[in-house]
Design a protein around this ligand. Structure first.
Ligand SMILES: C[C@@](CO)(OP(=O)(O)O)[C@H](O)COP(=O)(O)OP(=O)(O)OC[C@H]1O[C@@H](n2ccc(N)nc2=O)[C@H](O)[C@@H]1O
Ligand SMILES: Nc1ncnc2c1ncn2[C@@H]1O[C@H](COP(=O)(O)OP(=O)(O)O)[C@@H](O)[C@H]1O
Length: 290
């Protein structure tokens, strides 16, 4: 049996950092939602071979134990003493090191898929707890949909989805290190977004209030280091997006847009000076990720 699993990207509609913890991580409060820009993970059993193989055509994706999907398979093999091998083929559509949690989503999809392939019978909650050992964003990616993430990002409270809209994404040709962005964050000098206002706006299905409430404390760091990210934000606003924000630690910028014609204008406008531009729908709901 071979399994194909969808691994969607996330965006952070609101991202606040509360304080730096003694363990070196930062305590966060975020609203995250999945979008219809996804990698595809194929899981193929390796009969008679107790190994994990990563197959990917993308030169930025490691094909060894550094791959987060590899780490997901290893964690399940070790935790449940699985003696079977698996080949994990990753078809990448999510840009790498972009603030879209592509690697985390590949790990989460691997956990969901191997849970079926190896008939482990684990709940979403159990898979998310395991995923948190791999990275802070993996727990959210196991759930998908829309959620509030607290702790270091691994405590997930699902909420209702925002009203449907377009998401236009533009990634400048730079890769950002999440660790470095957190390291350079000076919490005494930042404007904190109103995360509660975002949660309430989503619960009310109030698109205008969602657009007014977007905010990301990490923009302060990434925009200062990479002025091209600020430039993309300006352009996206100028072309008419309803709300514009950097996702995660960046550098991808996303715009929320309600109307088709406006989406087309923003998309075409950005294509003029940015190579990686996508127009996708919010996934929002926790419907099937397979
Ligand atoms: C910023 C966010 C927002 O969703 O996303 P990305 O930009 O990576 O997509 C996340 O907090 C990223 O989560 P993730 O990429 O899984 O981070 P991890 O692998 O757990 O941690 C990478 C490094 O970031 C720092 N880190 C991460 C999470 C956190 N709450 N506090 C931290 O200080 C730590 O230095 C850690 O060593
Ligand atoms: N399956 C994977 N896909 C992409 N990157 C991966 C994967 N596994 C490990 N990585 C590594 O993780 C780093 C962060 O990648 P990614 O998850 O795409 O970014 P972000 O944390 O900004 O959302 C990359 O530099 C890459 O080397």
């Amino acid at each position: 049996m071979r399994l194909s699993v969808k691994a969607p990207a996330k965006i952070n509609l609101s991202l606040d950092v509360l304080y730096k913890r003694p363990d070196g991580y930062h305590e966060v409060k975020m609203v995250m939602t999945t979008i219809d820009l996804a990698d595809r993970i194929e899981l193929v059993p390796l009969p008679g071979e107790d190994a994990i193989r990563i197959v990917s055509q993308n030169r930025f994706v490691p094909d060894d134990c550094r791959n987060l999907a590899y780490q997901a398979a290893k964690l399940l093999k070790e935790t449940f003493s699985i003696r079977e091998g698996v080949a994990i083929s990753i078809t990448k559509h999510i840009p790498v090191a972009a603030g879209l949690a592509g690697g985390s989503s590949d790990a989460a999809a691997t956990l969901r898929g191997l849970n079926k392939l190896w008939q482990l019978g684990l709940s979403v909650h159990e898979l998310a707890r395991l995923g948190a050992q791999i990275g802070s964003d993996v727990a959210f990616c196991v759930y998908g949909g829309t959620a509030v993430a607290t702790g270091r990002g691994e405590i997930i409270t699902p909420i209702s989805p925002p009203p449907p809209c377009w998401v236009v994404l533009a990634k400048p040709p730079i890769g950002v290190s999440t660790a470095e962005v957190y390291r350079n964050l000076q919490l005494e000098h930042v404007n904190h977004p109103d995360v509660e206002a975002m949660i309430e706006a989503i619960e009310r299905h109030d698109y205008a209030a969602i657009c007014r409430s977007v905010g990301n404390v990490l923009e302060e760091v990434t925009l200062k280091k990479y002025p091209e990210v600020a430039h993309i934000k300006e352009q996206m606003r100028r072309f008419g997006a309803d709300a514009v924000l950097m996702s995660g630690s960046g550098p991808t910028v996303f715009g929320l847009i309600e109307h088709d014609s406006r989406m087309q204008r923003v998309y075409n406008g950005l294509r003029g000076f940015c190579d990686q531009v996508f127009a996708v729908r919010l996934l929002g709901e926790r419907h099937s990720l397979d």
